[in-house]
Design a protein around this ligand. Sequence first.
Ligand code: NAD
Length: 488
Amino acid sequence: MKPLFLAGQWRQGRGAVARSVFPADGSLNAEFSTASIDDVEEAIQAAHQAWQEPSWRNSLPVERARVLYKVADLIEQNVTQLAALQTRDNGKPLAETRGLVMSAAATARYTAACLETLDTELTNARSKDWLTMSVHEPLGVVAAITPWNSPIASEVQKLAPALAAGNAVILKPAEATSLIALELARLFEEAGLPCGLLSVLPGKGSVVGNAIVQHPLVKKISFTGGTSTGRQLAHIAAERLISTSLELGGKSPTVVLADADLDLAVNGVIYGIFSSSGQACIAGARLFVHTQVYDAFLQRLVAKTQALRVGHPEHVETQVGPLIDEKHLSSVDAYVRQAEHDGGQILVGGHRLSEGELAKGSYYAPTIIAGLSNQATVCQEEIFGPVLVVLPFEDEQDLVQQANDSVYGLAAGIWTENYRKAWQLARALDVGTVWINTYKKFSISTPFGGFKESGVGREKGRLSIVSYMQQKSIYMGLNTQPDPWCEG
Ligand code: NAD
């Protein structure tokens, strides 16, 4: 049975035994041990001690950066094994998991470079009596809690800046993807991260996750996952007066204007919703198409969707893999049945796939639904599956109103040849990221996060390290004379 990683030691957790299962065929990847409440306590106490060690607390940025550069190199050197492991954990096709692993390496390297160039600010050059400056200091122990859909990328996005800032981190990965998180711990260990600064504690969110975020020594919750879990954690953080960063769900709109390059747009829309089998927070799940091109666009969209290669995630030709598990497949299917009940017309898909080797896994056909309004349940709730709802529009004011009529505000896509119009639309949409004539592309230096119920705070970018620090202002008196207030 796989051990967990607790304060530099590989040992059996004292919680229940858990299983990692390959979503493509239900075969067992491995059994692993989960943490008990006592394990959580031990890991947090060790983390608290480790981050205060002078060798870490007073370490130079260049020393912490060295660990992250090494982690980046190790991730890259192990890309094939890590991608294979992540595919076994969550069923994403290999081409995608390879991309996620490389993105994790890039994050570690970028964060190291930012750390080396982070400035301390002199805040007042106007007074002759004193000098003031603002320095950033670590928070202490950070809880990093992650979902199963893009684990290694989301995990490094938290671990790299939190450790760069001089904190210690307790990582609680999603139950389904604990193996890849443990492998990541091995690479941080090999890179020379001092003992205690990182523990990886698999287990249930309601038990292990809850014990971590409630612990008095935890000073920040960095969470990626569903909005309802994020809301619960925000309540706990508010009660404890600690900071959070919350990367939550989405129901992102994509807009095809009448002058769009339809071939480009069709490919972008399909990639935006059906890659990762739609199990992406940024999936472009609501598609608004101008009435002038609606029929022509839908014809191409349906034809291309029908031609997608759904299959085993380890086969190179596969474009769409299985869903994470049967429970999730039932939830996706229930949404599709709800759409039918609400008057929706299924243009393609709308059922599970079970021919040949697909019978062993949780495969769902890429699905397109038309004939509903933006008020329909499938337009308002996050399905997290390969389901696209298409809505025609004519008036751009009305389009903006509909696109923004959502509790979510994570991302949006715009397809048009008119960049002036695209700019205006981009500014009018209430979302954290807008892609124009592209979709689901990421630059590590560009901040990412949501508006509205899609999140609080931003990850990536130069300021990610600072988000794991607190500011301290220091005044240094320059006067050689006593203060007149005390005289006499
Ligand atoms: P989830 O909220 O069910 O779980 C996420 C993590 O939180 C898991 O590790 C889980 O064990 C833990 N958790 C659950 N309850 C907890 C509790 N009470 N206390 C502490 N930890 C707890 O989400 P999921 O199903 O794993 O992931 C899918 C969701 O994640 C989707 O809504 C998706 O949109 C979102 N997501 C968002 C982003 C983003 O960057 N905005 C990225 C990926 C996924």
